[in-house]
Design a binder for this molecule. Sequence first.
Ligand code: LMR
Length: 395
Amino acid sequence: MFADLSDAPLDPILGMAQVFAGDPSPQKIDLGIGVYKDENGNVIVLDTVKQAEEYLRNTQTTKSYLSSAGNPQYNDAVRGLIFAPGSDAHGRARTIQTPGGTGALRVGADFIAKLRPGARVFMPDPTWPNHPALFRAAGVETVVYPYYDVAAGRIRFDAMMDALGEQLTANDVLLLHGCCHNPSGADPDQAQWAAIAELLERTGAMPFVDLAYLGFGHGLEPDRAGINILAARVPEMIVASSCSKNFALYRERTGALTLVAGGERQVEAAKGHLLPVVRANYSMPPDHGAAVVAHILGTPALRAEWEVELNGMRERIRRVRLELVNQLAGKGGRDFSYLADQTGMFALLGISPAQVQSLRSDWHIYATDSGRANLAGLTMANVAHAAEAFASVTR
Ligand code: LMR
């Protein structure tokens, strides 16, 4: 079975870490995988996470199995992060813990394959490269819709609405990024979310929202506005969310899948049908990250501290994003001013594979082959070098 295999290609995002590690230059900058780095270039453990780990070390009495749904306190807390407790959507929603946001997407894809055979999932162009791969692995057909104009640096909203209006049917699923679109950083505004909700109502298609960066756009409340606009208008929805970024728990694989249905009875029934999908896959999610998050969100003082830490991460990315735009002004090359209007970690530089290669070989700066840069890898100390490089390769 293995004898005639040729070398497999590197993953377009995870593979970057290996390429970066092989560069001995002291000037090198990693703008590859989506992790938040502090002003010293470190991927930190949040102080609130350390406090919660200390608490768990002292109080946890068992490592016995949980259910396929994972930690119930975590599930309730995450549901409350996405939908305000007491709201109509919150009452119609149920959350299960999953191994990261990726695990949530895959369980959701398997669930669609089980309940809606023949459904197509419409995904934005561009999108996170793992999206098509994991829906296809679940046997779900994928269709691409126009989303972002790389050259202009803005959403192609009219083209998106025209394409979706012509093609979406009631059997289809529309994949949307809840905030901080990966890779472009460009999100719909509130009026556009309302228009998308109206389109979904009209076509009967179901939204599947990937919410991996909650809190990294404008803050917890504004970042969930789009999802809540949809939930107020559509009867059913799936949300894949992640604590990888906003709790910096990357390797702990701490995600969640939230189902929204027409009412409490329907959502409980849907959850009942979801759990066997999990059982037949990984049985139940890993505990640690979810136990940490449940303790932080369930302890008011810790939760307030976490929000300060989250705001700090978001504001640092914002500062360095604006500084980059500032340093690029007047240097010639591409007009990068559009970056100031976008949010989250990522930006599409709008450069060719040859220019990406030149960033690596001439400047020791590592973006993905698609020209996506994780701006959270910039610091006030290295942003000038990055600005020089971006201007130089686009002149
Ligand atoms: C990214 O897009 O870099 C992150 O979501 C990490 C990953 O798993 O690809």
